[in-house]
Design a protein around this ligand. Structure first.
Ligand code: ADP
Ligand code: MG
Length: 681
């Protein structure tokens, strides 16, 4: 026996008017039989059925089965109650349009964690006279057939009660008759409660007729009574199989291809821009770290304007037939600027030696054999770096200031003596198979520079900037300096040379101001050797960009992604409602969207990874242009080189954002009663 005690329902309309839909109704139902609920439209029939069916949790009613009260009417209790005891049949059928007849019926079994036996489903189809229609799609069925599918779905659960709210409301009389025949048959074994307008059918088939008026029972006529004890099923929590959730997710993705594409493109683009700037910042910070470790160099190289990019100036193919010199006036101006900014200007000379620029290779170093570089101390450079080394020129510097640094040996005293950098010393030592730090072994050895110069090594400078060897960054630098006596340049037999000036910065130099000032000197080309401060200058700009980009991009990305998911959820409000009405808990439904969002997230991640390298190229280009056709650092993007930790960081952040979006957006479904979702109220 099922007892409904104190069924109450008051609706408050938007304008604040209260409508009493059910007014303290008490009813008892027997274990089986066909009960009709009649009444005019608005008399409370649907409200009553929804409370009986656990579709409406917001009320003070109690339901007792065999005298035992159901637990508090919270969402989970209601879901379990619906899943275990209730088979619902709606006027609007409420079948899942994306599933075929067979799958619609199987869904009820899935939700009950019961094995799906094809024979059982086929049997059920014959109970509702639908033999052979199991593979039909729903839009290939008539209204009456759909309603019988809905009945089969309700029935296969083996529920305690079958509830039907105007099941024939949309059907012609022939189909209606069929439905009532089926329901009548079922009521031999189950309690079937049917809401209808049609008194004629009620009188023809009913074992009991209850008439409602203004939320109260006006009339209650018992025709046949069967008061057996109900055999109660064990409570079952609904579980949607993962495959079904995934199927529903992907169906939606496929249905919304265009929308998905646009969303993914826009969001990926936004995230890629962000990622690009972030990478630049990250690399930039890394470069700074390298510099701090490797070098104390604080010099800028200024050179004459030449119609080549920096890469070309250091390439051996450069035609130096029209070497230009900075005129005295410009040099004076530059010196003034340098001094004003706490820096020192000094000359550098690139010599043209015969057929070729003097190349590192000419020193007889085997650096084109990478294995020569594979030592513990010298980190193996990447390919681009190796190329840069091979093509690098030597710069002859005769500024004694530069040599006021840590060194072993002494300064050059005549034009046949040279001081080399520790970096060059290491390469020579490696090529001679000597211990890499045994610099003193090189003292008094001769360095053959091309076929013209035989220079005695008298000293080695320690803090010459090493080439940066981290994979992410290749910095603009000629390979090394050779420090010679001032008279070397005077006696150099070769007429061709390229003049440039170095600017040595001090602690007090404001790099930013210095660069801005230098830019005012007409056609000077800045070839910034990398320095910590120069790098900060770069970062200063990037950080500004970042500060503006993050909020804007974050805002738009969220809007686009949120909009996509929101529309996806709203579009399927009805499907969600059906699943909920069948007994699925909100958590199960959320999974469908979770899978979809994770898929979209994955697409976005892949696209971003594909896009960022190109954007980095653009960034590098902008930097080149911005810094007068010179570059400070190349940004190389390789997500794996950023380290696994960083990668996981990014991925988890993305996953977290996805989860938040789904939970926030499905929350509003959570607070609705399934009945409201289905009816779209
Ligand atoms: P019936 O199914 O007999 O037509 P209902 O149970 O649907 O009646 O409705 C009973 C009363 O409650 C009606 O006056 C109806 O307007 C009102 N009502 C039903 N649902 C809502 C709702 N969600 N909000 C406001 N009023 C409602
Ligand atoms: Mg109704």
């Amino acid at each position: 026996m099922i007892q409904l005690i104190n069924a109450n329902k008051t609706y408050t309309s938007k304008s604040g008017i209260k409508v009493k839909a059910l007014d303290h109704i008490n009813l008892e139902f027997n274990a089986r039989g066909l009960v009709f609920i009649l009444g005019k439209s608005g008399s409370g029939k649907s409200s009553l059925l929804n409370i009986l069916g656990g579709l409406d949790s917001a009320n003070t009613s109690k339901i007792l089965i065999n005298g035992q009260e159901l637990k508090r009417f919270d969402d989970r209790t209601c879901s379990i109650y619906r899943n275990t005891h209730i088979g619902f049949v709606f006027q609007e059928y409420n079948l899942m349009n994306n599933l075929d007849v067979y799958e619609n019926i199987a869904l009820a079994l899935h939700l009950q964690n019961k094995p799906v036996e094809p024979s059982q489903i086929l049997d059920m189809l014959s109970v509702v006279d639908l033999n052979g229609l199991e593979k039909r799609r729903l839009d290939e069925l008539s209204g009456g057939q759909k309603q019988r599918v809905a009945i089969a779905r309700a029935l296969i659960k083996d529920p305690t009660i079958i509830l039907a709210d105007e099941p024939t409301g949309n059907l012609d009389s022939q189909s209606s008759k069929q439905i009532f025949e089926v329901l009548k048959r079922l009521s031999q074994e189950k309690l079937v409660i049917v809401v209808t307008h049609d008194r004629e059918y009620a009188e023809q088939y009913g074992d009991r007729i209850i008439t409602l008026k203004d939320g109260r029972v006006e009339e209650d006529t018992q025709i046949n009574a069967f008061d057996d004890v109900i055999t109660l099923a064990k409570p079952i929590r609904a579980r949607l199989p993962l495959s079904l959730k995934a199927k529903m997710s992907f169906e939606n993705i496929v249905q919304n291809k265009l929308r998905l594409l646009v969303t993914v493109m826009i969001v990926s683009f936004l995230v890629a821009v962000l990622s690009t700037v972030y990478t630049a910042l990250y690399v930039s910070a890394d470069v700074t770290g390298d510099l701090m470790d490797l070098s104390h160099q604080t010099q800028l190289v200024l050179s004459e304007p030449i119609p080549f990019t920096l890469a070309e100036t250091i390439a051996p193919k450069l035609n130096p037939s029209t070497p230009k010199k900075l005129n005295a006036e410009a040099v004076l101006k530059l010196r003034g600027i340098a001094e004003k900014n706490h820096a020192i200007l000094f000359p550098k000379t690139h010599l043209w030696l015969g057929e070729d620029w003097l190349r590192v290779k000419d020193l007889g170093l085997k650096i084109d054999r990478p294995e020569a570089l594979a030592s513990d101390v010298v980190i193996r450079p990447n390919e681009a770096l190796l190329e840069a080394i091979e093509d690098a020129t030597l710069t002859f510097v005769s500024n004694i200031k530069v040599l006021d640094r840590e060194r072993i040996g002494r300064l050059p005293e005549d034009r046949f003596e040279v001081v080399i950098s520790s970096a060059l010393a290491q390469y020579i030592l490696v090529s001679q198979n000597k211990p890499i730090h045994d610099y003193s072994a090189l003292l008094n050895q001769f360095l053959n520079v091309g076929s013209f110069h035989r220079l005695k090594i008298v000293g080695i400078v320690y803090d010459e900037a090493l080439l940066l060897r981290k994979e992410q960054s290749i910095l603009n630098t000629s390979y090394t300096n050779l420090y010679v006596h001032a008279s070397f340049l005077r006696y150099n037999p070769l007429p061709t040379r390229l003049e440039s000036y170095g600017v040595q910065m001090t602690e007090k130099t404001d790099t930013h101001a210095l660069i801005e000032a230098l830019k005012t000197v007409g056609s000077i080309t800045l070839l910034p050797r990398v320095s910590d401060r120069l790098n900060r200058y770069t970062r200063h700009e990037l950080t500004l960009i970042m500060a503006v980009l993050v909020p804007i991009i974050g805002y738009f990305a969220l809007i686009f992604l949120g909009n996509y998911i929101a529309s996806s959820i709203l579009k399927r409000k009805k499907q969600i409602g059906i699943l909920r009405a069948l007994g699925a808990e909100i958590k199960e439904v959320q999974w469908i969207f979770m899978i979809e969002v994770l898929f979209v997230g994955l697409l976005i991640v892949l696209l971003v990874l594909g896009m960022v390298p190109y954007m980095i190229d653009v960034l590098n280009f902008i930097f080149k242009v911005h810094f007068y056709d010179t570059f400070i650092a190349y940004f190389h993007y390789d997500v794996f080189s950023l380290g696994m930790g960083h990668f996981i960081e990014v991925i988890s952040l993305l996953a977290l954002v996805n989860l938040v979006i789904v939970f926030t957006l499905t929350y509003h479904i959570n607070i609705l009663d399934p009945v409201d979702i289905i009816t779209g109220r």
